[in-house]
Design a protein around this ligand. Structure first.
Ligand code: NDP
Ligand SMILES: O=C(O)[C@H](O)CS(=O)(=O)O
Length: 491
């Protein structure tokens, strides 16, 4: 066993949670293509060698899901709910260990990782309850001898492809409604962070979720797995979270089967501070919104617009708050900011930063790779940012806070909406008519008003324009995994 694996196991209350095989049809499965390495981004060492499944093995997982789905759907909603509740209880009981595993492979501070585990588990808890509430309807007949009924049925086998930035919650946000609806599920996690997905399977098995209902296929080739998901006729639903670029590829591939797709894609969130805002609250919200997960979330503030009259005061307060961030290894106590996921991520931050400074912007704080080396980067604020700079159109996905100045409400709404994305947006203001006008004018699926954190299992999460299709979470979330059937009966 690798030294780093031994070290990681030594941190766990239950070392058996650290599994490196895939989970197919209730069996722990080695990869016919060998293994691929999983690295701790804070330390650079290999913490696991995970099963590398071939496309043929992915097809076997789909076969297993297809075979298990009918019996799973035949259970009552309450029976499925009871099993999902046990899964939720096990996630909650093991949250500390799941958080340590998540931090080790993804890098976020352990406190954030444990927070993600509870956030991820909240979807399982919520949709366990929704399993009992898949209602149909009756409609008055169109003729005297006709009776109209509408029923909801599970779509069948659902497959997911998820990113590395929330390796637990992005899976449960999909698998929980799918299983609650009566679907069977095949999850393919990002190659950077498969351990958090695998441990969900460990707990699903312990919860008594039947073999074949929840499968985790780990692979180094996302493309091959994605093609199998899109081309295999037994798959009736594809649910993806990741970049818009990859979302487009998958939609094109899924089109051949006219497959039902949910897409949670890229963002470019504006964070607007009006001159009537509570500046201290706005700074607190900006810190949470920008620097959560080191800026590696699709709903992070990507552009910070500040009205001219409060620009300097806001910038000074934000710099004070950024100075308090503690960059380091997420497994160390007191660390608030971990490393970026990989070298590509660091280079993207540098590219956006250099574009700002080479076009007249200025660094207020930070601005370079951290003294810790590796993929650590100094939390950075830049000022004098304008709409023609890269950061205005492209998602940084890192700890870069670009401050734009604006004069009028009309001007900032136009700038905020000037993007192909439409996922999350935020603004701070007190005047009620301004709040209504701005909230209604922003072209986004989600608007945070005087708050920088909007994510909850109770609300419909999703975007418009090229940020995605469909919603996850809330009672809307289960509809993504149901088909509506119209029954017309002649009496
Ligand atoms: N709207 C939302 O909720 C979210 C959006 N995102 C967006 O995703 C981006 C960052 O995440 P990142 O993981 O780099 O995004 P990517 O889109 O590169 O990867 C997301 C997932 O897709 C897989 N993938 C990559 N290429 C293909 C392909 N050709 N066919 C099938 N699967 C593929 C990846 O696998 P592998 O990593 O193994 O190559 C990974 O599991 C940002 O743009 C961010 O905004 C991220 C999270 C949430
Ligand atoms: O992947 C993401 O960025 C998540 O969707 C963000 S959140 O749901 O944790 O806010």
């Amino acid at each position: 066993m690798l030294d780093a694996t031994t070290d990681l196991k030594s941190l766990l209350n239950d070392p058996t949670l650290l599994e490196s095989r895939a989970y197919v049809n209730g069996a722990w499965t080695d990869g016919s293509d060998g293994t691929f390495d999983v690295t701790n981004p804070a330390r650079g060492d290999v913490i696991a060698q995970v099963a590398d499944l071939s496309r043929a093995q992915v097809a076997e997982a789909i076969d297993a899901a297809y075979a298990a789905q009918k019996e799973w759907a035949a259970l009552t909603g309450k029976e499925r709910a009871n099993l999902l509740r046990k899964w939720f209880d096990l996630m909650t009981e093991n949250a500390e260990d799941l958080g340590i595993i998540l931090t080790a492979e993804q890098g976020k501070p352990k406190s954030e990782a444990v927070g993600e585990i509870h956030y991820g588990a909240s979807f399982v808890e919520f949709f366990a309850e929704e399993a009992k509430r898949v209602y149909g309807e009756t409609i008055p007949g169109h003729q005297r001898d006709k009776r109209i009924t509408v029923i909801k049925q599970p779509i069948g086998v659902a497959a997911s492809i998820t990113p590395w930035n929330f390796p637990n919650a992005m899976i449960t946000r999909k698998a929980a409604p799918a299983l609650a609806a009566g679907c069977a599920f095949v999850a393919r996690p990002a190659k950077e962070t498969p351990l958090s997905a695998i441990v969900l399977a460990v707990l699903a098995e312990r919860a008594g979720i039947p073999a074949g209902v929840f499968n985790v296929v780990t692979s180094s080739s996302a493309s091959a797995t994605g093609k199998e998901f899109c081309e295999n006729p037994k798959v009736r639903k594809l649910t993806f979270t990741g970049s818009t670029e990859v979302g487009r590829i998958l939609l094109r591939q899924a089109a051949d089967q006219v497959m039902k797709c949910s897409m949670e894609l890229g963002g470019n969130a504006p964070f607007i501070v009006f001159d009537d805002a509570d500046l201290d609250a706005a700074v607190e919200g900006a810190m949470l919104c920008k620097f959560r997960n080191n800026g590696q979330t699709c709903v992070c503030a990507n552009r910070i617009y500040v009205q001219a009259g409060v620009y300097d005061a806001f910038a000074a307060k934000l710099a004070e708050a950024v100075a308090k961030l503690n960059v380091g290894d997420g497994l160390s106590d007191g660390v608030t900011t971990g490393p970026l996921i990989n070298e590509d991520a660091v280079e993207k931050v540098e590219e956006h930063l250099n574009d700002v400074t080479s076009h007249g912007g200025a660094i207020l704080t930070g601005g370079q790779r951290h003294a810790l080396g590796g993929t650590f980067f100094e939390p950075t604020i830049v000022t004098g940012v304008t709409q023609d700079m890269m950061v205005a159109q492209d998602e940084t996905f890192g700890p870069l806070a670009p401050l734009f100045k604006f004069e009028s409400d009309e001007e900032v709404i136009e700038m905020a909406n000037d993007t192909i994305f439409g996922l999350a947006s935020y603004f701070y203001a007190k005047d009620l008519s301004r709040v209504y006008r701005v909230a209604e004018a922003l072209e986004y699926g989600m608007v945070g008003i005087n708050t920088g954190i909007i994510s909850t299992e109770l609300a419909p999460f999703g975007g418009v324009k090229q940020s995605g299709l469909g919603r996850e979470g809330s009672h809307h979330g289960i509809e993504e995994f149901l088909e509506m059937k119209y029954l017309c009966m002649s009496v």
